[in-house]
Design a protein around this ligand. Structure first.
Ligand SMILES: NC(=O)c1ccc[n+]([C@@H]2O[C@H](COP(=O)([O-])OP(=O)(O)OC[C@H]3O[C@@H](n4cnc5c(N)ncnc54)[C@H](O)[C@@H]3O)[C@@H](O)[C@H]2O)c1
Length: 381
């Protein structure tokens, strides 16, 4: 059993604490935050120790650091953890900059440590069923496809939305990790990107919290359209936007030489997956309710376009699988090489949208192994 110390006691921490109910090897022993009162509150709620970040990093009882800080702090916190000799699992994105994420992998390699990264949603019933249908050749060779994430932006409900609209933030770095990791799971690594982005307004209005009615600056493109070419020759078009009031499109569709697949929401673990073989034919529905990591387990209140009101959320699966891999000396699926490649895609899309040039990716990665029900069962309580 490995002991986990959590750094960053904010919104998403609750979801990870809940993962202890599902997975048999997730055990939090201490937490820390930049604000001691946030750590204290979290520690009291879950009856674990509250420490300072320094104390937690130097605690010889802790093997793994779960980094749930804000994206701007991911690099710094993961680096300190690796330098302290701890394995790291971080929320997305791996860091704000490709070079920094690459540096984390170098430190991990030198110190013989594991680096794992969210998102782990592709390990869910939806992602794995889509993968199985593709691997079995149901839609032949995947030629093209598209995906969308569009909503009005976090200023609708978040009292401090500024960081989403500053340099280093924006729709592609915020939501891209889910879509690109799902695509790497289904298609393998990418090779180049093209893109166009637009900032429509210089200021946005706070719509919630104490600053409601005031305005904040927008520094980044709030809508970005792009296409990604994969090493397997597929070209996939994407659109990620904070300028969409509502839409009625599927999250992701893939078009192959023998059929088409509708891939469920990459932000979640559930299904169903839909498959059609011929023009005009019925869409066959593959439910994932009988899958360990597909069964509906939460009510989702987000109200975003095309988000199901009931969903499957097993965040922590990637952390659990990394712990199992450490203990059994094997490669984990939500590994740093995939997260680095996904960050490469994101950073390259932003560069391509600014320079109006096709950008060749610097990195590659292995397509993760499918995650069988038998393997998942080993991790479950
Ligand atoms: N909230 C969600 O629904 C959600 C979902 C999926 C992924 N995520 C990801 O999880 C991460 C955290 O998101 P959140 O919504 O919980 O954010 P949050 O702002 O609610 O919490 C982050 C916490 O980290 C602390 N922190 C910041 N910098 C720190 C540092 N240098 N050292 C120690 N503590 C520090 C903050 O004080 C805060 O308590 C982000 O990377 C986000 O992309 C969030």
């Amino acid at each position: 059993m490995k002991n986990i110390g959590l750094i960053g006691c904010g919104n998403i921490a609750e979801t990870y604490f809940r993962s202890q109910e599902y997975f048999n090897n997730i055990k939090f022993v201490a937490c820390a935050d930049k604000y001691p009162e946030a750590a204290k509150k979290c520690a009291d709620q879950y009856t674990i120790k509250s420490l300072s970040v320094d104390e937690l990093l130097n605690d010889s009882n802790i093997d793994i650091i779960l980094n749930l800080t804000i994206p701007q702090a991911h690099y710094e916190v993961s680096k300190l953890a690796l330098e302290a000799g701890k394995h790291v699992y971080s929320e997305k994105p791996m860091s704000m900059k490709y070079d920094d994420a690459n540096h984390l992998l170098e430190i991990a390699k030198k110190n013989n440590l594991y680096v794992g990264n969210a998102p782990d949603t592709f390990l869910g019933g939806g992602g794995q069923t889509a993968r199985q249908l593709i691997d079995e050749g149901e839609i032949g060779q995947i030629l093209t496809g598209n995906f969308i994430f569009g909503f009005p932006g976090v200023q609708e409900f978040h009292p401090n939305p500024e960081s989403w609209f500053q340099q280093g933030g924006g729709p592609v770095i915020d939501m891209g990790p889910y879509f690109f990791t799902t695509l790497v799971n289904l298609l393998g690594p990418a090779i180049n990107v093209r893109a166009r982005g637009k900032k429509f307004l210089d200021k946005r209005e706070y719509l919630a919290g104490p600053k409601k009615g005031k305005f904040f600056d927008v520094e980044i493109s709030t809508s970005v359209m792009f296409d990604v070419e994969f090493a397997n020759k597929s070209i996939i078009q994407g659109f990620i936007s904070f300028d969409v009031q509502n839409h009625g499109r599927n999250h992701m569709e893939l078009y192959g030489s023998k059929g088409s697949l509708i891939v469920p929401d990459p932000n979640m673990f559930g299904g169903p997956v839909l498959l059609s073989h011929k023009l005009g034919s019925e869409w066959k529905e593959y439910s994932v309710e009988n899958k360990y990591l597909g069964k509906t387990n939460i009510i989702n209140h987000s109200g975003r376009s095309n988000e199901a009101p009931k969903q499957s959320n097993y965040r922590g699966a990637g952390l659990s699988e990394m712990i199992y891999s450490i203990e059994n000396n094997r490669k984990h699926r939500c590994n740093g090489e995939i997260a680095l490649h996904v960050l490469d895609i994101i950073e390259s899309i932003i560069i391509a949208s600014e320079t109006k040039n096709e950008v060749q990716l610097r990195s590659t990665c292995y397509q993760p192994e499918p995650f069988s029900e038998d393997e998942i069962k080993l991790l479950l309580k």
